[in-house]
Design a protein around this ligand. Structure first.
Ligand code: ADP
Ligand code: ZN
Length: 817
């Protein structure tokens, strides 16, 4: 009673959005201790049914709800993780992409998961002593021993502890951690707590000598380290020291704890190379930059499309524009495709902007991402480089957003919420009154069309830097090659010749085949049937190194059968060519050549990717074979030949963007040739030499391709002439899937005005991961009606209590499979 009459009373409730498929916020009561601390945009831990969920506070208030509200369990952020602008952006995404707000907000915050995962455990001093004693004896290993040992050198999450110490048993790991914490051996902390250098990875730590220790007696390793640091003044990277001096990492941490040396966390995990002065902009770059700067200075929203041919120096324009934004006291955000964010790329940014840069990458751990996030939010990092989700970085006073390779498919998230980072970037810039630059050598049809509609302004870089020539492109008709040689060869005589010339000259070659595996499918010669995945309606691909057949959709694998599973026939045939076979054939043709392969089978991690690439850059290899991974953004001056083994692979896809994708891939990969002093040549092998995508890419003629393709889109009412949505119904029961898709179709009869509905029909992949899939493709002239229609379909699924994954709504889909 007293509280209610107090004029200074604090809000007693908050509405929070939870990561559940429902749209409405949920009201929770605030414990007294939290009333003055909970703000909109903060994350809280709340009970929900029998679960505990992380929600985002939308507002606090004093309106008693009809039903007794449950109490908030915990406040996770003292400062909001999402400010008002980002909350508004989240609402826009939820509405536009027909996704539940809670799921959108969750994917916008740096730590996607539950709080449990973000709790980090480490040894207390007592725990350390206990471990030391354990090391002296006691062979009997119960869980508390293995857990203590796992934590000896590093702090870990409960999940990581489970993996290392309890054979994957997470419940046991948690129970053990709890009891160890009670005994005072283990302490825990939120990942968002202040970063503690003692816990950072060695490669991120710098060590420096501070003062001579007094009379304390130190272990040998620590004495040696001190002696070394004293002799070599300045900061040393701990990882490097550790490689040179056994036990340096441990010794440094121990000395750090004793405050005998200084330990600091480096701002980046990435190495820095010697600084390179900025290039003087050429006339085209200058013209583009001047337009961007004028718009930054005008402090209003403006969108540019920067169409610059491969090697035209787009990055230099970005860097200079970011400089201008910083000089105007504003922050900048650069988005790059997933595959393009290599250390080499990040390095350019460190050289230019030093510690003002934050890099956001999905390969980083939650801790690292949370740290970067905090540096951005508190303004110490004002330049952010990130992949898709980087668009949500809390950059202060945002003045410029650059989306590099704006046509790239990796900007689209292929799981809920299915947003496109490029399009979200436009909306964010609009809200922030910022300038946005979309850059590409092959702009998407949608973006280029926005020039025609005067929504974006066009910036052109039509020439390569320093007047370097565009590569010569030569098409080899593989049908003719077959007629001439009577052989179904992987390489034409022409391509073989060109590779041989490069090997002699010590120049490098890149070979693209956009299909991994050895052969693309396996058939029985007797009955003609193809071997399919047990879970999906797709053929399996032969992987020779692993001697097995693999599903590229669900990773199902089986041994190569000795006989046809259908008819028992013994003649199993391997049809088609994948990157693995290209590599093998190369070894046969050029036994002494040094060959590297880059595709999803050889590249299992980010680091791995960079190792192969930098090896190629350092000329450890003569030839790099790969899938589309090799096509993007890499700038390797000694590459003078690019070969496209088969330009036809993408053309046959049942997708209206097949031609556009082929054009983009061929243009981009051709652009890898001749980027240094030496002139480049490109050989394109194809059985469709007249196809306009192949012809225009070979001529490096974007304008011609655009004119042709835009006519097709217009005639067929495809984007950008219609708003498209793909509605997918999934069920393990075929009958149920059919019924549900029928229900949705019935809701669309008669079709809303200016809307065309294709289906319901089987999806292009009718069964995937053991689910049957039915599809409705909606083309609408009007976005508003499309959105209303989709919301109706969603409501139907909610009201009829469909399973959480049964209905997929994909607005502006990039994949129609
Ligand atoms: P793009 O992204 O347009 O394909 P890059 O930005 O990778 O091209 O630039 C290609 C190369 O040209 C890079 O090595 C870059 O350092 C260099 N470069 C950029 N601008 C200039 C310039 N004005 N003069 C000379 N070299 C430049
Ligand atoms: Zn499968």
């Amino acid at each position: 009673m007293k509280v209610a009459t107090n004029p200074h009373s604090l809000p007693r409730y908050c509405d929070a959005s939870l990561p559940v498929p429902m749209d409405q916020p949920f009201t929770y009561a605030l414990p007294e201790t939290l009333r003055h601390r909970v703000k909109p945009g903060c994350r809280i831990l709340v009970p929900f049914g029998r679960r505990t969920l992380t929600g985002v506070v939308l507002r606090t208030h004093d309106e008693s709800p009809a039903m007794a509200a449950k109490l908030v369990l915990r406040l996770l952020d003292e400062e909001p993780v999402l400010d008002e602008g980002l909350l508004a952006l989240g609402r826009w995404i939820a509405h536009y992409y027909c996704a539940p707000l809670g799921e959108v907000l969750r994917s916008m915050t740096p730590l996607g998961g539950e709080i449990r995962r973000s709790k980090q455990y480490s040894l207390s001093d007592a725990g350390r002593d206990a471990v030391r004693q354990l090391l002296l004896g006691t062979p009997g290993e119960d869980a508390s021993v293995t857990v203590l040992r796992a934590l000896e050198f590093r702090s870990l999450t409960a999940l990581a502890v489970a993996k290392k110490a309890t054979g994957g048993d997470k419940a046991l790991a948690e129970k053990t951690l709890k009891s160890l914490a009670k005994k005072g051996f283990v302490s825990s902390e939120d990942l968002l707590a202040d970063r503690d250098p003692l816990r950072a990875a060695a490669e991120r730590l710098c060590v420096e000598f501070t003062s001579r220790p007094g009379a304390v007696k130190l272990p040998k390793a620590e004495r040696e380290l001190i002696a070394f640091l004293e002799l070599h003044p300045g900061a040393h990277n701990l990882k490097t020291l550790d490689n040179a001096m056994a036990g340096a990492s441990q010794a440094a941490r121990s000395l750090g704890r004793k405050k005998l040396i200084s330990l600091t966390v480096a701002d980046s995990v990435l190495a820095r190379s010697a600084p390179r002065p900025p290039h003087e902009l050429n006339v085209w770059q200058r013209e583009a930059f001047d337009a961007i700067r004028a718009s930054i200075d005008a402090r209003g929203f403006k969108a540019f499309l920067m169409h610059g041919v491969t090697g035209s120096g787009k990055t230099e324009v970005y860097l200079t524009a970011i400089d201008a934004a910083l000089a105007a006291g504003r922050g900048a955000l650069l988005l790059v495709p997933e595959i393009a964010l290599t250390p080499a790329m990040a390095d350019q940014f460190f050289q230019r902007f030093g510690t003002r840069v934050a890099i956001l990458h999905s390969a980083f751990t939650d801790v690292e991402r949370a740290e970067q996030w905090r540096r951005i939010r508190n303004g110490s990092a004002s330049v952010v480089v990130g992949t898709r989700s980087g668009v949500f970085a809390p950059v202060q006073n945002l003045g410029l957003i650059v989306v590099d390779e704006e046509h790239d498919g990796s900007y689209k998230q292929e799981e809920n919420p299915r947003y496109n980072g490029r399009d979200v970037a436009i909306v964010r810039a609009q809200q922030a009154g910022a300038c946005v630059v979309l850059g590409s050598a092959t702009p998407s049809l949608e973006s280029r069309y926005n020039i025609d509609r005067a929504k974006y302004a066009l910036l052109e870089l039509p020439e390569r830097v320093e007047s370097r020539p565009m590569p010569d492109v030569e098409i080899v008709d593989m049908r003719q090659e077959f007629l001439d040689t009577r052989k179904m060869a992987v390489f034409s005589r022409r391509l073989i010749n060109e590779i041989a010339t490069r090997l002699e000259a010590g120049e490098q070659t890149m070979l693209l085949l956009n299909r991994r595996g050895f052969s693309s499918f396996v058939t029985c010669r007797a009955c003609g049937s193809r071997i399919e995945c047990a879970n999906c309606a797709v053929t399996l691909t032969y992987h020779r190194r692993d001697k097995r057949l693999l599903c590229h959709y669900c990773n199902y694998a089986e041994k190569v059968p000795e006989a046809c599973p259908k008819c028992g026939g013994e003649h199993i045939q391997f049809i088609g060519t994948g990157s693995e076979k290209v590599e093998q054939e190369l070894h046969q043709s050029f036994p002494t050549a040094r060959i590297a392969r880059m595709d999803r089978d050889t590249v299992t991690s980010k680091r791995h990717f960079e190792t192969i690439l930098s090896g190629f850059r350092d000329r450890d290899y003569d030839i790099l074979v790969g899938t589309q991974m090799i096509a993007k953004g890499h700038d390797i001056p000694n590459v003078t030949l690019v070969g496209v083994v088969s330009a036809d692979i993408g053309l046959g896809m049942p997708d209206f963007r097949a031609a556009e994708r082929t054009f983009q891939l061929l243009t981009q990969v051709a652009g890898r040739a001749g980027r240094g002093e030496l002139r480049g040549r490109v050989i394109v092998q194809t059985i469709n030499p007249e196809h306009y995508a192949i012809r225009c890419a070979s001529a490096q003629n974007y304008a011609q391709f655009y004119d042709k393709e835009i006519e097709f889109r217009k005639a067929m009412r495809y984007p950008p002439f219609a708003a498209l949505a793909n509605v997918l119904v999934r069920s393990q029961e075929q009958a149920e899937g059919l019924r549900m898709s029928g229900e949705l179709a019935a809701l669309l009869v008669p079709p809303p005005e200016n809307m065309r509905i294709l289906g319901p029909a089987e999806a292009a992949v009718p069964r995937l991961k053991n689910e049957f899939r039915y599809q409705l493709l909606i083309k609408a002239a009007n976005r508003k009606t499309l959105n209303e229609t989709l919301q109706r379909l969603r409501l139907h699924a909610l009201e009829n209590k469909w399973g959480p994954t049964a209905l997929v709504i994909d607005v502006d889909p990039l994949s129609l499979l």
